[in-house]
Structures are given as structure tokens and as C-alpha cells.
Design a protein around this ligand. Structure first.
Ligand code: GCB
Length: 588
């Protein structure tokens, strides 16, 4: 194309813009341990512009070019500081009605000052951005990240100046090859919806920091390990756990250090969530975490917490809020845990994509076990290797993020995927990735029942520690006799958890038990389901669908109006439906 150096014509014909800004992919390997580190938030009001035609990338607005190559002034199609203001972190859908259903590209920008203190290195952390995110700092393309629910970290030491301008180009278009794919039963919020922070570090710093019980030592031994980044990869680290009277030096060799110690501790349980401060110093760096120590295992058809048999009394929960979309406030996160505990739950299934890291911290503190999940939901593009890499990376980012959280006992690698060869090999890779990275937790997935054979027979089960089963008898599926028959026919060799059942009810809509969308009908489904579930000896837990109603654009009938109504509570949590009491009593 002959453009005579005219940048206006060039950008019109720039069809390579997408691939041009799809390198520098940030993945789990660049994560750093940052809990309790001093951080400076870049939250607050940024300038914001929806950009459905990708003009920012095509015309490379980040270069802020106001002159052509001959030095003549050119008209610009942007004026960053005059764009409207958008709060970060938040979902753009909730900020203004104009953006409620917006799916596409949007550009965030702001300026900030940076004054160097005594740090050598600086990282920029994004808690979560849905789904693709491209970062430009001071007129340069810095990084690209994919995946809407996990954090990512970018070293920006060499990009920072005293006065900085950052652009963040976000795209939340649902795509077949993404994780989640283009079809799901929740709302596809967009935006920078978790914190943005700067982290200052010394040249040599502790990149990874793990503390856990050593398996099979009768809760008598803990392991602390670190990985170091920087110039000095060999030396001595110091461990300090004041409440266990532990002070210990250990060696770091080629950037890795690990110590195992005998101790007598109070294990973490939901009823008694004991937490210890664990500190490690290495060279100029020091990290700290508040860690609960617990052991979760399975043997035969039983699940054990700290060597004692447990039954998982749970409830599913989506990351959704009437007011804030996916960007739940701390009060809302705590409220959800308290609501579950009030219902006598000891576990919550955080569905169907990674929830905020804050909820895991609150769960540690308040005492509830968690199931965390990546969005390998429904009809994923299982044949696509790019999709597999994306899923694996999201899983690893989640595991690294929450490795020290005692409350997290289960990694779920997916939900409701049909048993095909492609899916089986895809999921096997995810199981392996989870197990290699973390052998202190259980790995599972939400599976379907084989309704033709009337039994639990998904081939994925052979790789899982617990079998998650979603079934909707009394709602989508046939009668309860079929469920009973399925339970009788199945001979699982490991524990089963009923990870979903449920029925929709509009809050306050009363009627008969066979009238869909009434509270009575929902309550009846709960009664009958719980009756059956509790009679099956190999079922070791249940988490009905779901704590409260949540947004889903595919739900459009006169009761739903954009909400999935299977909640035990209304979406604003002000109303408790009849089924709420039934589950509460059952757990009692
Ligand atoms: C399911 C899915 C969940 C849906 C739910 C429903 O099985 O796992 O994403 O929201 O059913 O309400 O249909």
C-alpha cells in the first residue's frame, strides 16, 4: 500500500494492529508474592473511552503524535484528559447505563508521578481485567495479558519516569477460543475491576513464598519455601513464626530455599480458623503472610480435614452484585461468607471463574472452606492448543495467587463439559498442571451424569480426587426416580459432591409446588433433592445452586428479566426464599 508517509491513510489500512500488540504475553511466571507488601494504589478516577473500532491500536494513539513526519501539525482524534472519568476498580457496565451491555474495546488512561525511593525494581500489578488487556506506558507497548479473573504483574522499572502516562486497552469480547468461551450463564462484565498497584522492590527479592503443612506428617511438620529473583541467588534466609517460637536460618541455593520443621500447631478448621504470622527475610527483602495450616485428603470415598472425616456443607456463589457487578466491595465479600456460615455451611463453591483474592483472605479469617474454579465452562474449544495454554495459565495464576490460603481446599478445573476425547486430554493436562504445582489440595471438576446409562460414568473422573456432579432433577431433568436410579447404579470409588442442583423462584412469588418460578416449587425441589442426596452413602457433600440470584442475559422471561433466579436469596440479598430455611435446617 502506497501511503506516502501519511499516517492517517496508514492507520486505515493497518490490519496488523491486533497481532502487533499480542506479543509480550504476561503469564504466571512473572507473578510475584505481594501480600502485605507496601503497595501504592493507582485506583481512582481514570479517563475512559469506549473504542469499538480499535482506533487506539490501529492509529497507535499511545505515541501521542501531533505532528506528521514533515513536522506539520495534524488533527488528533483523541484528547485523553477530556475523556470522561471512570472509577478503577469497577465494571464499566455498572458505571453508566450506556455501557451496560457494551462488549468491545475500551481505553483507560491516567497520569501519575513516580519518585524513586530506595527501590531498584518496580512492578505494576493488575488484580483482574476482563478479558484481554494491553498496557502502554510512556508511549511504549509494554505487555499483553489474557484471562479475566487472575492477577498479573509487569516489571516497569525501565519504563518509569517522573511523570508518567499509562494507557490500558481492555477488550471483553466473548470469543469461541477464550476461557470462558462465548456462551455461559453469567454476565460478561468488562473493565479493570480489581486494584491496580505499584510495588517497589530491591534488586534481589523474594518472588515466591509458600508455607504449608507437610503431607502425611500427622500435622506435625511445616514447610516454608521461597524463590528468589535478582543478582544474589545464593545466601541465607531467615524464617520467623513468632507464635510457634520458630526462628530458623535456611540456605538459598541458585534462587531456591526450603525448610521443613517439626512443630506443634493448632490446625486451621472452619470452626477454629487459627492463623499464624509467617515471616521470611532474604538480603534486603522481607515478606510476611498470615497462614492457616491444614491438611485436606481423600481416602476411599471419604474426605478428611486434618485427619477427620468431613461432609462438605456448601453453597455455590457467583461473583456478582446488583450494585457493583463483578467488582464486589469488601463488605459484600464478607457478607457472602457470613450468609453461608449463618446457613451452617462449612464450604462455598466459588463459581465459575476465579473470584477476588480478598474473598480467600476473608475465608481464612472467618473460617469457611473454598472451592475455586477456572472458567473451563460448557463448550470450550477443546481442540485448540491456544485455548489450552490460556486455561493452563489461568489455573496456574490462580494457584500461585492463593497457594497460602488454608480456606482453599479444592481446585476445580472446569464445569459441565461433555465427555469427548478432546475434552478428556485437555482436562488431563489441567489436572497434571494443578497437581504438579500444588499437591496439598484436591482437584476436581463439575461433571454431568450419564443420563442414558443412568449412572456417573464421565471418563474424566479417573483423574479427579473428588467427583463433582451437577444435576437438575426436579427442574431441567426428569423425575426423582431417575436420580435415585442413577445413584443406585453408580459405584464410584471416590467421594462424590453434588456441586449443583436447584430451581428458580422469583422472590415473594408464592403458589403451588408444581408451579415453576414460585418459592414453593423451589422449596419442594430442595426438600426432595436433599432427601435423596442424604440417603446416598458415597455422597460426601453438596453445594446447591446458588446463594443469591445473579445477572444472566440469557434469562429473559417475565420473572427473570435478566437474572438467573436460582438464588436462595434475592439478588440484593434482602429477601430469603423458603428454600433458604430448608437448606439451613438440613445443614444443622
Ligand atoms: C448449570 C451451570 C450454571 C447455570 C445453572 C443454571 O448447570 O453450571 O452455570 O447457571 O446450571 O441455572 O442453569
Amino acid at each position: 500500500m502506497q501511503t506516502n508517509g501519511n499516517s492517517y491513510i496508514k492507520q486505515i489500512y493497518n490490519n496488523e494492529y491486533y497481532s502487533k500488540f499480542s506479543h509480550n504475553l504476561i503469564t504466571y511466571g512473572s507473578m510475584i508474592y505481594d501480600r502485605f507488601r507496601l503497595k501504592e494504589r493507582l485506583n481512582g478516577y481514570w479517563n475512559f473511552q469506549v473504542d469499538p473500532y480499535d482506533a487506539f491500536l490501529r492509529a497507535e494513539w499511545f505515541k501521542e503524535k501531533t505532528r506528521d513526519c514533515e513536522g506539520r501539525d495534524i488533527p488528533c482524534d483523541f484528547s485523553f484528559d477530556d475523556w470522561e472519568e471512570m472509577y478503577v476498580p469497577a465494571c464499566w457496565n455498572m458505571a453508566d447505563n450506556r455501557y451496560f451491555y457494551y462488549e468491545g474495546t475500551a481505553v483507560y488512561t491516567r497520569t501519575f508521578k513516580y519518585v524513586r525511593k530506595n527501590e531498584d525494581r518496580v512492578y505494576l500489578k493488575f488484580g483482574a481485567v476482563n478479558y484481554e488487556c494491553r498496557i502502554f506506558l510512556n508511549k511504549q507497548f509494554v505487555a499483553f495479558h489474557k484471562g479475566g479473573g487472575t492477577p498479573f504483574y509487569i516489571e516497569v522499572t525501565d519504563y518509569l519516569q517522573k511523570e508518567n502516562r499509562i494507557h490500558v486497552v481492555v477488550n471483553n469480547v466473548r470469543r469461541r477460543e477464550n476461557v470462558p468461551t462465548d456462551n455461559m450463564d453469567w454476565f460478561n462484565y468488562g473493565g479493570i475491576y480489581r486494584d491496580v498497584e505499584l510495588i517497589r522492590l530491591p534488586e534481589t527479592f523474594i518472588r515466591s513464598f509458600r508455607a504449608n503443612l507437610v503431607e502425611g506428617t500427622n500435622l506435625q511438620k511445616i514447610r516454608v519455601s521461597i524463590e528468589v529473583d535478582g543478582d544474589n541467588l545464593n545466601g541465607k534466609a531467615r524464617l520467623d513464626i513468632p507464635d510457634l517460637n520458630i526462628k530458623k536460618e535456611f540456605n538459598v541455593v541458585n534462587g531456591k530455599g526450603e525448610v521443613e520443621l517439626k512443630t506443634q500447631l493448632q490446625p486451621w478448621t472452619p470452626d477454629n480458623p487459627t492463623i499464624y504470622e509467617v515471616k521470611v527475610e532474604y538480603e534486603q527483602d522481607a515478606v510476611m503472610d498470615k497462614v492457616g495450616f491444614r491438611e485436606i485428603t481423600v481416602s476411599g470415598r471419604e474426605i478428611y480435614l486434618n485427619g477427620r472425616k468431613i461432609y462438605l456443607k456448601g453453597i455455590c456463589c457467583h461473583e456478582d452484585s446488583v450494585e457493583n457487578g463483578k467488582a464486589l466491595s469488601e463488605e459484600e465479600l464478607i457478607e457472602n461468607i457470613k450468609l453461608a456460615k449463618e446457613m451452617n455451611c462449612n464450604y462455598m463453591r466459588l463459581t465459575q471463574c476465579p473470584h477476588s483474592e480478598k474473598v480467600t483472605e476473608f475465608a481464612d479469617k472467618l473460617g469457611i472452606m473454598l472451592w475455586e474454579e477456572i472458567a473451563v465452562n460448557w463448550a470450550i474449544d477443546f481442540d485448540n492448543t491456544v485455548t489450552l495454554e490460556d486455561a493452563k495459565n489461568q489455573l496456574r495464576e490462580l494457584i500461585i495467587r492463593d497457594y497460602n490460603r488454608a480456606s482453599v481446599v479444592i481446585w476445580s478445573i472446569g464445569n459441565q463439559n461433555i465427555d469427548t476425547d478432546a475434552r478428556l486430554s485437555f482436562m488431563k493436562e489441567l489436572v497434571d498442571a494443578a497437581k504438579t504445582m500444588d499437591n496439598t489440595r484436591l482437584v476436581t471438576a463439575g461433571c454431568f451424569i450419564n443420563t442414558e446409562a443412568r449412572m456417573i460414568s464421565d471418563r474424566l473422573i479417573q483423574y479427579l480426587d473428588i467427583i463433582g456432579i451437577n444435576e437438575y432433577y426436579g427442574w431441567y431433568q426428569g423425575d426423582y426416580e431417575e436420580l435415585l436410579e442413577t445413584c443406585r447404579n453408580s459405584k464410584p470409588d471416590r467421594p462424590v459432591v453434588i456441586t449443583e442442583f436447584g430451581a428458580e423462584a422469583l422472590s415473594g412469588h408464592m403458589g403451588t409446588t408444581d408451579e415453576f418460578f414460585t418459592e414453593d416449587c423451589q422449596a419442594d425441589v430442595y426438600r426432595r433433592q436433599l432427601d435423596i442426596i442424604s440417603s446416598v452413602p458415597y455422597i460426601k457433600g453438596v453445594s446447591p445452586w446458588i446463594l443469591y440470584d445473579f445477572r444472566s442475559p440469557r434469562r429473559t422471561n417475565k420473572y427473570q428479566k435478566g437474572y438467573n433466579l436460582k438464588g436462595l436469596l434475592s439478588a440484593d440479598k434482602s429477601h430469603r426464599k423458603l428454600a433458604y430455611q430448608i437448606l439451613k435446617q438440613f445443614y444443622n
